[in-house]
Structure formats: C-alpha cells, structure tokens
Design a protein around this ligand. Sequence first.
Ligand code: SD4
Length: 329
Amino acid sequence: MKTRRNFIKLSALGGAALVTTSCLSSDKDKSAIKTTQKTIKPIVISTWIHGMKANKAAWKVLEQGGKAIDAVEKGVMVVESDADNQSVGLGGLPDRDGIVTLDACIMDESNRCGAVACLQNIENPIAVARKVMDDTPHVLLVGEGALQFAKEKGFKPINLLTEKSKKDWEAWKIKSKYQPIINSENHDTIGMLALDADGNLSGSCTTSGMAFKLHGRVGDSPIIGAGLFVDNEVGAACATGMGEAVIRIAGSAIVVELMRNGMSPNKACKTAVNRIIKKHKDLTNLQVGFIALNKNGEFGGYSVYNGFNYAVYSKSQNEMVDAAFDRNW
Ligand code: SD4
C-alpha cells in the first residue's frame, strides 16, 4: 500500500516544478507569507495534492464570477467522487467494522452552515451538508437521520466500499487485531477555502475520517469551528490531520480569531499548531495542518510535522505550496 509519507514524497517530486513555499525557511519563525497587501481575488486554496483537481473545478465557478459557496461545494465533490482516493468519499477507507462513514461541512459568507457526520452510502456528503444549510433550520445531521434526509433530497444510496479499500481493511484486521489506531498515514481530508470576485469567503471540508476508527467516531471535519470556520469580515480556515487534537483547541475558529487580532494567515496557523503541541504531551503520529485565507486573498499554512502541502489557484495558475512546519517526523 502506498503510505502517506511515500505519497507526499512522490507528489512533491512529481510537482517539483510547481512547488513554491509559503515561508521563509531560514529560522524557526516561518511565519512570513509571500502574498502582497493587494487583494487577490478570486482565489481558492485546498489541502493536499488532491486539491489541484478540486481547485480546478472550483476555479471554473470563480472565473465566471460565481459565488465562493458554489465553488467550494463543486470543488471538493470531484475528490469525493474519485474512487481511487482512499480518504474522502467514494473509496474511503472504512471503520474497523468495514463500514465507510463520511463527515462533511460547508460554511458561507453569512455564517450560514451545514454539516453531516457518520453518513453512509452517499457519494457526495458535501452536497448533503449544503442541503442541510439551505433547506433546514439545523446545522448538523448525523448517521441514520442524515441518510434519511439525503434520500428525501434525492441522493441515491450506493456502496462506497471499493475492492481496494476492502482488501486494505482485511489486511489491517490481521495485523491490528481489531484495535483502533491513530495512523497518521491513513487520513487526508480535503478542506477548501475560496474568496470570490465579490470579495466573499466560503469554505468546505469533507473526509472519510481516520481509517479503521471505531464505528461512530466523528472527527473535526464536520464540526464548524474545528475542521472549518469562515468569518467574512476576517478570513477562513480549515484543518487536516488528527481530528481529536483539532477539536480540543477549536482549531479553525481559533485561526480565524487570531487573524481578526491582526495575525497573517501563516502566523495564525502557526500559533494554532503551537497550541496543539503545547496541549499534547505525546506527539507521536499527531499530525495536524491548518490552511487559512484572509479577506485580502493572503493565504498560509502550517503543520506540526513536515510533509503537509496545499494547492493554491489564483490568477489562472494552480500550484502546490509546501506548508511551513514545526518539526520533522
Ligand atoms: C479526521 N481530520 O477525521 C480528519 C482526518 C484528516 O487528513 O484530516 N485527515 O480526524
């Protein structure tokens, strides 16, 4: 199986010509961002290498003057529908019982938000989250209720467990003896943030969560304020990595508050990561990365360990950016 570390290495090599860096790497304080003070819009950023194709779909909406909320929904749906991607949507690695359960949330420029958690058998949970936001007075639907709602809205149930993910789960069971594990190599959420031509921000986040988790486990990704937060006066942030650690510090909401208090996106992400480091005695396998985008179109990203990267699409150019980080694996 292609491990996450190998995957990152491969993708970094494959995209070498495109890779830029969001930090000044000469000292420990890697907080400077390369963007200027002029507002850059539209712009869309999203986590990991799968962000490249997600950004492309989002850009199609943005370049026609479309809304950020539509861009972030359409963008991440591409990754959800990719059966080869084992960390999001269709083809995601299952929980320890062999069941694929999906988490997603979406938030717009008016603090409207919607989310689904522990949703089974639906290919595009982000679209269901959007319906929760648009068509109900609620923010979060879970499990059976979320599935029932999705069916009522016309989503067709399908089998999300691909042969490959089933095989990986069967191999995992032999070795792990059914013990849930924190495995930093088996979860890669997509979080996406966009600023549209009108200067409005929105965000989305979607995942199959931690591979081989306990059935019913929900991470940060569908939790507004943890996996994603948007405040149109300030900026937006989203998270990837070990969801439990992100929830413990209300991660994305904190990043946005730090930007409100004057920090650059990079500095705000770094400060949130440092808080996670401070609050956790054992950092073994504890990878978390944040990305953030402010009202000026300035962006940044920071992670506990090296290897986290994100895709940035602006001015008709889509490229990978290596996030700054606190320590090496
Ligand atoms: C979770 N944060 O469920 C998600 C997983 C993830 O990169 O982001 N992986 O905890």
